[in-house]
Design a protein around this ligand. Structure first.
Ligand code: ADQ
Length: 460
């Protein structure tokens, strides 16, 4: 059996533990690595004066974890710059805040070359290589330049933007061409796959033969592999002592009111401002409902060194304050806005206590919170998932209440409908959602991708 080599910007701490901060993705990749034996390579998160390529290596359960330090300038240009200030906003349709700086593109290319030179000697003949996400588009092409002939796959966790938006990126074609260094590329949703195909066919002169895209002498298979969560373990987590305690505390603190929950990294793609507006529209349209509900929004800050993230944080604090100021009473505040992370079992208890899961990104590759909310529900009395049409998850979770997050009216109406939804309908919808969450879980995802990578027809 082939060894698996996973390469991503950051590498999860080597452990199989489910209780800490580790998400399903880290756990799934680790279990795929344990199954195949192999290596996980990426940035250590540390900075040094000059790049040396020296490896920090540990071995746990037959898996090698190898990381390198980056220079301060690398981190500024590659990670904070090109990844987080150029590609992330552009790929989430935010050309208005995407920054196109030549130095960012240069740093991005440099780090990808450094990664390639460092990891290439660790790759053995017969290994299958699986590269993760938008930080590392050019890595496959750099490995090919160094003579790596192994099977190499790439999975994009975020959307692929429509071709007219991608065209605004200097060097868009060169970036898209790097996708053809791979044997297999995976997307979260059909919409992102179609956008990639369109760019390749219309802007790069690619041709489609069977399910293979060809450009020049390179070809690639592009497919959809929607990522999932570890559903079984999330269900089990709702029964832990800590989850039950959280559930009880949430219910007690709600004193008979219905809880609406939002859980997101604090990111402008998650539609948090629109969510607050939609919720306020609901309160204004239904004054009789005031004091009957409250919204708990949990949003731990992320990427705090990037200006647009500081702006969204300040804006949300302002909005929460204004809405609470306008509507609160001595015994009720409409929004509880919390800027911190919680252990996953505590989150599970919170989700279960909530009558509505409000997941309203403006764009999202998949969105795992939607799936976690479903998995945490009580099958006899489940809550209702309100989900943005613009999350990749909407292609699978069709029995959620699907909304356009740009419309405060639509969101307000959806909240009203969800609060009144009869138990029979809630159970019917939840069952359909849970079937998807259970069947297409994260183990299915990593197996589907690695199986496809090991069997895809490779060029000559
Ligand atoms: P993210 O943009 O980070 O992921 P998401 O899929 O929602 O978005 O995953 C967030 C994870 O962080 C969830 O597991 C959630 O439970 C956790 N989390 C959020 N807030 C938390 C808090 N306060 N405390 C603890 N945990 C918290 C990117 C893409 C997504 C894609 C994933 C996986 O943007 O579209 O679904 O990768 O591919």
């Amino acid at each position: 059996m082939s060894r698996l080599v996973v390469i991503s910007n950051r590498v999860a701490a080597p452990s199989g533990s489910h209780s800490g901060a580790q998400g399903g993705l880290a756990v799934a990749l680790q279990s795929a690595l344990r199954e195949h034996g192999g290596l996980w390579f990426g940035w250590s998160g540390e900075q040094t004066e000059t790049f040396t390529g020296a490896l920090h290596e540990t071995q746990v359960d037959g898996v090698t974890y190898a990381t390198v330090d980056l220079e301060e300038q690398d981190v500024e240009e590659y990670y904070e710059g090109y990844a987080n200030r150029t590609l992330w906003p552009l790929f989430h349709y935010r050309t208005d805040i995407a920054e196109y700086e030549r130095s960012f593109a240069g740093g991005y290319q440099r780090v990808n070359e450094r990664f390639a030179r460092t990891v290439a000697p660790l790759i053995r003949p017969g290994d299958a290589v699986w590269i993760q996400d938008y930080h590392l588009f050019p890595l496959g092409a750099e490995l090919r330049k160094l003579g790596v002939e192994n099977r190499i796959g790439f999975f994009l966790h975020i959307p692929w933007p429509p071709r007219r938006l991608l065209a605004t990126l200097p060097g868009a074609k060169a970036l898209a061409e790097t996708m053809f260094a791979y044997d297999l590329v995976g997307f979260q949703a059909d919409e992102w796959l179609q956008a990639f195909n369109e760019f390749a066919l219309e802007d790069m002169g690619a041709r489609m033969e069977g399910d293979m895209l060809h450009v020049g002498h390179r070809r690639v298979q592009a497919c959809v592999f929607p990522i999932g969560i570890d559903a079984a373990e999330f269900v089990a987590m709702t029964q832990t002592t800590r989850a039950r305690l959280t559930y009880r505390q949430m219910r007690d603190s709600a004193v008979g009111r219905d809880l609406i929950i939002g859980v997101d990294r604090l990111d402008y793609s998650k539609g948090l401002e629109e969510r607050f507006q939609g919720y306020e529209r609901f309160l204004e349209a239904h004054p009789e409902e005031q004091k009957e509900v409250f919204l708990l929004q949990i949003a731990p800050p992320s990427r705090g060194t990037v200006e647009s993230y500081r702006r969204i944080r300040a804006s949300l604090e302002g909005m929460a304050g204004r809405i609470n100021g306008a509507h609160a009473d001595y015994d009720w505040v409409p929004i509880r806005y919390v800027n911190r992370g919680y252990p996953r079992d505590v989150l599970a208890g919170m989700y279960r206590a909530a009558k509505i899961g409000l997941v309203t990104p403006l764009r999202d590759g998949m969105n795992l919170v939607a799936k976690e909310y479903v998995a945490a529900q009580n099958p006899d009395d489940p809550g209702v998932l309100i989900l943005s049409r613009f999350a990749g998850a909407a292609e699978q979770l069709t029995e959620a209440v699907l909304i356009n997050p740009h419309s405060a009216d639509e969101m307000g109406d959806a909240i009203y409908t969800a609060l009144r939804m009869p138990r029979d309908e809630r159970i019917r919808r939840w069952r359909a959602l849970m079937d998807v969450v259970e069947q297409k879980d994260v183990a299915w995802w990593s197996r589907a991708f690695t199986d496809a990578l090991l069997t895809v027809e490779v060029a000559g």
